[in-house]
Write a protein that binds this ligand. Structure first.
Ligand code: 5GP
Length: 114
């Protein structure tokens, strides 16, 4: 299977606005933001969908959430609030088959989602 767009970003084959990176994950600004701040927390390990995650990914998934929390705090919108989203497969509206956690901040979100 060909590399996902996120693997290409991780490998520096295509550019991205990188907010944070460590050995496990990268945080980039979404190219088509749905909020004033829209970040994607992307693991370097390729897991196509949340359906493919298993118990061995427990720590990595926790790291993703804690990194989202830390980035929201660093960028100054943690107290106002934000939304974290995993889209999964067709009904979830997933477009890129390499899991990523959306972090949307700095606007009032609505519920239920469309
Ligand atoms: P999904 O619908 O799979 O949950 O979300 C994929 C997200 O990746 C979308 O919000 C889309 O705008 C973003 N995206 C797609 N291609 C690129 C890209 O080349 N660079 C960046 N930074 N974001 C991308």
């Amino acid at each position: 299977m060909s590399d996902s767009i996120f693997t290409k970003i991780i490998n520096r084959e295509i550019p991205a606005n990188i907010e944070y990176e460590d050995d496990q994950l990268i945080v980039i600004h979404d190219i088509n933001p749905q909020a004033p701040t829209h970040l994607l927390i992307v693991p370097k390990k390729v897991i196509p969908t949340i359906n493919h995650a298993d118990a061995s990914d427990r720590e990595l998934l926790g790291e993703m959430i804690l990194r989202a929390q830390a980035v929201a705090a660093k960028l100054g919108f943690a107290e106002d609030g934000y939304r974290l989203v995993f889209n999964c497969n067709l009904h979830g509206g997933q477009e890129v088959y390499h899991i990523h956690l959306h972090l949307l901040g700095e606007r009032q979100m609505k519920w239920p989602p469309g």
